[in-house]
Design a protein around this ligand. Structure first.
Ligand code: ADP
Ligand code: MG
Ligand code: ZN
Length: 494
């Protein structure tokens, strides 16, 4: 496949501020690739090991050491580009991006500059500007007796991370709200995870997001001056940081002042934004072509390898759930953007014979609620066959919806099949036809004649307490719809 069509991402949530300003957001995302070895040397990539044990002259930047491109990293980057429908360049260049900081032993980062590996494409509603390859820096840790980062006594460097392959994804400024940015990142993360090119864990730093944001008069086509937010290491912080910065900028422009271009740090603890530096320009980095590397050539074989490694992606899967299985767009995204939920749902669908897919899909969030949103349902006690059987019992009216939720909770706790659980717990539905329910309806009416009178007079609100009585008496085993029907039949005005 060559491209993922923008089938998801519902409406454009363009929200103009009340007095006619709108936010504009573009993201720069760094993704650590999960190759076995580093970008330009053979050191293994390991996390959480003793510092400085996976290094060599290349990734330590010792004089005379020469970089060699990791082909697997190129394939991974090409897969990402192909998933966006980007143009993958047959020839691209590595540049040196020069800067001085203790996390960079060479004094420069090997990156790509004006001839990146991939250009264009899109994911969901958002156009992709470019995708390029580069290397990660070392990890700095700031240590102080008090445990504070600022005012630390000393900083230490771990070069194990230095030289890890990174892909930088730069979007066009197509996002309009913090929520939309967050939802789009969820799609991006699901896509990268489906590609299997990264473990995309924000808390571990394998997915890092910088957000560029500006405000402008709604309807204007020009872009306002942007600021860049760094250090957003969770989706929630990203959303909160963006909201804080948008509010700040709106305050500035409403006061008739102008926004200054700068790089900001968002502190999630205080919710405060502080200036890191006024924005650097590309020429500050003295980019020049990396003299130790040939231009990066992407041949047919490599491109074919990348293409054939691309599975069905979340956007396509959401479209299939929506159009082939009849799920709502929201539910389709909810399941498709978390791959393990989508996998589990498909197993439930395969196991079901009667219940329609949208019915089955409704049970997944109920299951997730019970097992916790970080747990893969495949690892829970609830087998897909069991969930399908539960849904079937509800559609055959053998279980009321309430009783089925109770059965589901029991399945989560102790496993087992729903029909024997329901029977053992006395939760099987009371069939409407056998007189038991009719008798309970009589009792409900007898103990609340006032409500009965109102229902007779077509005040339908008054039916609530009557239905409630029967549901209480049956401990939720009765089918609510059937109870309603029986009450209305009994209290029909003549
Ligand atoms: P820079 O030269 O500062 O790196 P780029 O043009 O390369 O800026 O864009 C970097 C990122 O900032 C991209 O994701 C882009 O979409 C976004 N961006 C650019 N201009 C704006 C703007 N005025 N408002 C919001 N985002 C922007
Ligand atoms: Mg940039
Ligand atoms: Zn190395």
């Amino acid at each position: 496949m060559t491209e993922a069509r923008p089938v998801v991402e519902g409406a454009n949530h363009t929200v103009a501020a009340a007095d006619g300003y709108e936010p504009v957001i573009g993201l720069e995302i760094h993704v650590q690739l999960s190759t076995r070895t580093k970008m330009f040397c053979g050191c293994e990539i390991r996390f959480g090991e003793r510092p400085n044990t996976h290094t060599c002259p290349v990734c330590l930047g010792l004089p005379g050491a020469l970089p060699v491109v990791n082909e697997r990293a190129v394939i991974f980057a090409a897969m990402i580009g192909l998933a966006f429908g980007s143009d993958v360049a047959r020839r691209s260049l590595f540049h040196r991006k020069n800067y001085f900081y203790p996390d960079s032993p060479k004094g420069y980062q090997i990156s790509q500059y004006d001839e990146p590996l991939c250009r264009g494409g899109r994911l969901g509603d958002v156009r992709i500007h470019r995708v390029h390859l580069e290397e990660d820096a070392a990890k700095l840790e700031h240590i102080s007796a008090s445990g504070r980062i600022h005012g630390s006594e000393r900083s230490v460097v771990d070069f194990n991370r230095c030289g890890t392959p990174l892909v930088e994804i730069v979007t066009e400024p197509d996002l309009r709200t913090p929520e939309q940015a967050r939802e789009w990142l969820t799609l991006l993360r699901a896509t990268l995870r489906a590609l299997g090119v990264s473990d995309v864990d924000m808390s571990q730093g394998s997915l890092r997001v910088d957000a560029n944001v500006s405000v402008r008069r709604a309807g204007s086509r020009e872009l306002g001056t942007k600021t860049e937010l760094k250090n957003m290491n969770s989706f929630r912080f990203l959303e909160r940081g963006l909201r804080a910065e948008i509010d700040r900028q709106l305050g500035v422009v409403r006061a008739g002042l102008t926004v200054e271009q700068e790089t900001l740090h968002f502190d999630p603890a205080s919710g405060r934004l502080t200036t890191l530096r006024s924005k650097e320009e590309a020429h500050d980095y003295r980019y020049f072509p990396e003299p130790d590397l040939m231009p990066l050539e992407v041949g047919d074989e490599l491109l074919q390898a990348a293409r054939s490694a691309i599975p069905e992606l979340p956007a396509q899967r959401a479209a299939r759930f929506e159009h082939d299985l009849g799920l709502s767009a929201g539910r389709a995204r909810e399941l498709a953007f978390r791959g393990e939920l989508g996998d589990y749902f498909e197993r439930v669908v395969a196991a079901a014979d009667a219940a329609p897919a949208p019915e089955l899909a409704n049970w997944i969030p109920l299951l997730v609620e019970r097992i916790g949103s970080d747990t893969d349902p495949a690892g829970s006690r609830v087998a897909p066959e069991g969930l399908a059987a539960l849904a079937a019992m509800v559609s055959r009216r053998e279980l009321s919806r309430d009783a089925a939720r109770t059965v589901l909770s029991r399945m989560v706790e102790i496993g087992g099949d729903p029909s024997s659980l329901a029977e053992r717990e006395g939760l099987l539905a009371l069939p409407g036809g056998d007189g038991q329910l009719a008798e309970l309806v009589e009792r409900a009416i007898a103990q609340d004649p006032g409500a009965a009178e109102q229902v007779r007079a077509n005040n339908m609100k008054a039916i609530g307490p009557l239905v409630g009585y029967v549901m209480r008496e049956t401990k939720g085993r009765a089918d609510g719809g059937e109870v309603r029907r029986l009450i209305l039949e009994r209290l029909a005005p003549h």
